[in-house]
Design a protein around this ligand. Sequence first.
Ligand SMILES: C[S@@+](CC[C@H](N)C(=O)[O-])C[C@H]1O[C@@H](n2cnc3c(N)ncnc32)[C@H](O)[C@@H]1O
Length: 240
Amino acid sequence: MRTTISLGGIVNAVVVDNRADRSVRARIRDNAPHSHYALERDDIAIELEAFRQVCLRVGRHRSWTVWESFGGSGWHTALIQKFVEPMRHAACDISSDCCSSICATCPSVRAMQIDFNDDPGSPCDWHHADFNLWTMQRLHDDQNFRASFARMFALAKELVTFTDTTPYEFQKHNAGVGPYSYWVEKVLKPSLGAFFGWDLAATYCWGPAAMHVLSRGTSAPYSFTEVKEPMRLETIDTTS
Ligand SMILES: C[S@@+](CC[C@H](N)C(=O)[O-])C[C@H]1O[C@@H](n2cnc3c(N)ncnc32)[C@H](O)[C@@H]1O
């Protein structure tokens, strides 16, 4: 099955799924390919709006080279292509289905099937990582993960953006965005500076996750933005 999706009417994304039957996607939600999972969940539309804002902030003022980890079905890839228009863009994921989806969505992007933990990376201007799970706790507990995370900062010249799923942990304990923003200011920001020497420039926060924007050597004022508006995301054509 091929599903053609319009991202806010601006980017056409083609999502390839060999499991075919969309009518059963509610039942296979937990193990569905990421493309279907994205269509099922309202919070993904809000996440896409947050990432659209990140891309607008990064902008086209220079010719970026981008290394993307956790490329998934290519929603972020498509937004980077649209709003940043990088000179070179590689997107990696552990899943071959996801790599096929990225190839179909953005043919000019180099899609690679790589486990983040074995990813040798490549020198780039911007490393973007849409982690499925990132918390300070994980960074603290898992030495391999910490090494891979550190590699991003070593190879990126200017910018690192990554997803933080800590808000989900806060939600589980009935704490809201307020405590999370305090935690970012008091714990995350100083830690990222101390461990990796980078400045936290902005955090875009929505339901269960947040996206951090880190820059090297700039003194951009830090901003914390709660994103609530979903991106318009519509299915325009489905054929079997
Ligand atoms: C949150 S989704 C990424 C969504 C993506 N940004 C998009 O726009 O579609 C996380 C992705 O991480 C991938 N993944 C999980 N563990 C991984 C690993 N160890 N190495 C690389 N990719 C991994 C999954 O296959 C999944 O596609």
